[in-house]
Design a protein around this ligand. Structure first.
Ligand code: 3PG
Ligand code: CO
Length: 555
């Protein structure tokens, strides 16, 4: 069994309230006009930076430092919060799927064998995000899966695409659809009846998260399962081009469409006897559709028809719920997270964010585990997000409400750790609206101030950091760093995350005088934060955690 009891830290006191603030999508980059954090008024974060190098430093938040396949992979919230909470680097979904595809093991596993039973008489449906963003899915993985399924007897394949524009450039959807059409044509030459059957933009169709808006999932269900959508086309390339040409259209929010044959009949509704694979590896935006596909009893929307299918996820999306019950690749086994240690060591935890990021500071933080470790020791508060808007319209989001909850939790003295995620710089950064992102960064900074003020009042400690970059660079650049222009001569707006490091700052009246950042972990990343926080609670970190970032020097 695990020995949960952590030794007392030899030099650091217990019983200090520790605020852990995660600014979502807040990286560090050179000051320039596309750096919204630099453009925004951020007096609180600026003053923390003055504490460098002893109380402020940078940590890695992308690539192999967070378990992604390569250092060309930008960071994201899933892997970022996993690393922050778990204190170790785990090979993440993207990497595990790569390995399973490269070795061919994916086709030998239980999940593939299960769906294969439908290949003879049914259709194989693949539903997921079509891009090479590498955050939720990757095109090359879909291509290998298609090829492998064709070689292993799938006779009829239908792909239900979700266009991206959020982890990749807006407008790139057209190219991805063209590439996919080419691959499907090759399968057709080999005698597999393979087509795109439906589509829609990821933020409007299917990929909602944390039960923010079930209508999003319903729109996808109607198109994918029922074959019903407001727009019908005979070609997916034409669909995406035409729908993109509408005023204010973009890849993220394309309306749902179905592909129909020459008689106007949908080419690929999901029916009894079919197999379905959701090919995203990342969990948060697949849990809702997985429930709709898998649960016999389901009341989130009227499914109209509930086909008897064999369904598998690319990964298991929720280990606690065992959802879905069949999957192609086993997820990383993220065990013994800091949150679990803390409840075993008498540390009472409060966590809060608004809906769109709530699971980040709870589910992802706790190693993709939903619920409490011990409800007596923990309280998680979700502030409902605004629904049905893009956050450039409401860039302040719920930052102040989150900070107020954190402040109240700190002042109540009922908790030892008060942890929040402030979503603004990420969620507004993803819209590509620079003016709004500047407002967003300012709002997040004000929220940080409110939390630090409360820590000041109770004599506590703060740790302020981020999960990955986003708002600090809003333009696509060439290798030399120069902004890239589109064919009309406008800069190409970067809606995605970045490869940048993120800041971490420590302080507060409760911080022992000799505490400072060590100099001997120059390559420290997000996984080093967990041991750091555990130390600030007066405990030694588990020995196999990535090393702490702090040391205590005698004054
Ligand atoms: C999303 O799901 O919104 C983006 O793909 C990634 O954003 P996140 O990793 O910050 O959640
Ligand atoms: Co993001």
């Amino acid at each position: 069994g695990v020995s949960w009891k952590l030794p007392d830290h030899p030099k650091l006191p217990k019983n200090k309230t520790v605020a852990v603030v995660v600014l979502d999508g807040w990286g560090e980059d050179n000051p320039n006009e596309y750096n919204c954090i630099h453009k925004a008024e951020t007096p609180t974060m600026d003053s923390l930076k003055q504490g460098a190098p002893d109380k402020w430093r940078l940590v890695k938040a992308h690539g192999t430092a967070v378990g992604l396949p390569t250092d060309d992979d930008m960071g994201n919230s899933e892997v970022g919060h996993n690393a922050l909470g778990a204190g170790r680097i785990f090979a993440q979904g993207a990497k595990l799927v790569d390995l399973a595809l490269a070795s061919g093991k994916i086709f030998e596993g239980e999940g593939f064998k299960y769906i294969k039973e439908s290949f003879e008489t049914g259709t194989l449906h693949l539903i997921g995000l079509l891009s090479d963003g590498g955050v939720h899915s990757r095109l090359d993985q879909l291509q290998l899966l298609l090829k492998g399924a064709g070689e292993r007897g799938a006779k009829r394949i239908r792909v239900h695409i979700l266009t991206d524009g959020r982890d990749v450039l807006d407008g790139s959807s057209v190219g991805f659809v063209e590439t996919l059409e080419n691959d499907l044509a090759k399968l057709q030459e080999k005698g597999v009846d393979a087509r795109i059957a439906s589509g829609g933009g990821r933020m409007y169709v299917t990929m909602d998260r944390y039960e923010n808006d079930w209508n999003v999932v319903k729109r996808g269900w109607d198109a994918q399962v029922l074959g019903e959508a407001p727009h019908k086309f005979t070609s997916a390339v034409e669909a995406v081009k035409k729908l993109r040409a509408e005023p204010n259209a973009n890849d993220q929010y394309l309306p749902p469409f179905v592909i129909v044959d020459e008689n106007g009949k949908p080419v690929g509704p999901i029916v009894d006897g079919d197999a379905v694979v959701t090919f995203n590896f990342r969990a948060d935006r697949m849990v809702m559709i997985a429930k709709a596909l898998e649960y016999e009893n389901f009341d989130k929307f009227d499914r109209v028809r509930y086909p008897k299918i064999r369904y598998a996820g690319m990964l298991e999306y929720d280990g606690e719920l065992k959802l879905p019950s069949h999957y192609l690749v086993s997820p990383p086994e993220i065990d013994r997270t800091s949150g679990e240690y803390l409840v075993h060591n008498g540390i009472r935890t409060f966590a809060c964010s608004e809906t769109v990021k709530f699971g980040h500071v709870t589910f992802f933080w706790n190693g993709n585990r939903s619920g409490y470790f011990n409800p007596q020791m923990e309280e998680y508060i979700e502030i409902p997000s605004d629904v049905g808007i893009t956050f450039n319209v409401q860039p302040k989001m719920k930052a102040i409400q989150i900070a107020e909850k954190a402040r109240d939790a700190i002042l109540s003295r009922k908790f030892d750790q008060v942890r929040v995620n402030l979503p603004n710089s990420d969620m507004v950064g993803h819209t590509g609206d620079i003016e709004a992102t500047i407002v967003a960064c300012k709002a997040a900074d004000e929220a940080v101030k409110m939390i630090l003020d409360a820590i000041e009042q109770v004599g506590g400690i703060y740790v302020v950091t981020a999960d990955h970059g986003n708002a600090e660079d809003m333009v696509k650049r060439d290798k030399s760093g120069k902004p890239l222009l589109d064919k009309n001569g406008n800069v190409q707006i970067l809606t995605s995350h970045t490869l940048q490091p993120v800041p971490i700052a420590i302080g507060g009246p409760g911080l022992s005088p000799g505490v400072r950042f060590r100099k001997d972990v120059p390559n420290g990343g997000l996984a080093n934060v967990a041991a750091t926080v555990i130390n600030l609670h007066g405990l030694e970190a588990p020995t196999d955690y990535e090393p702490t970032l702090i040391e205590v020097v005698d004054n």
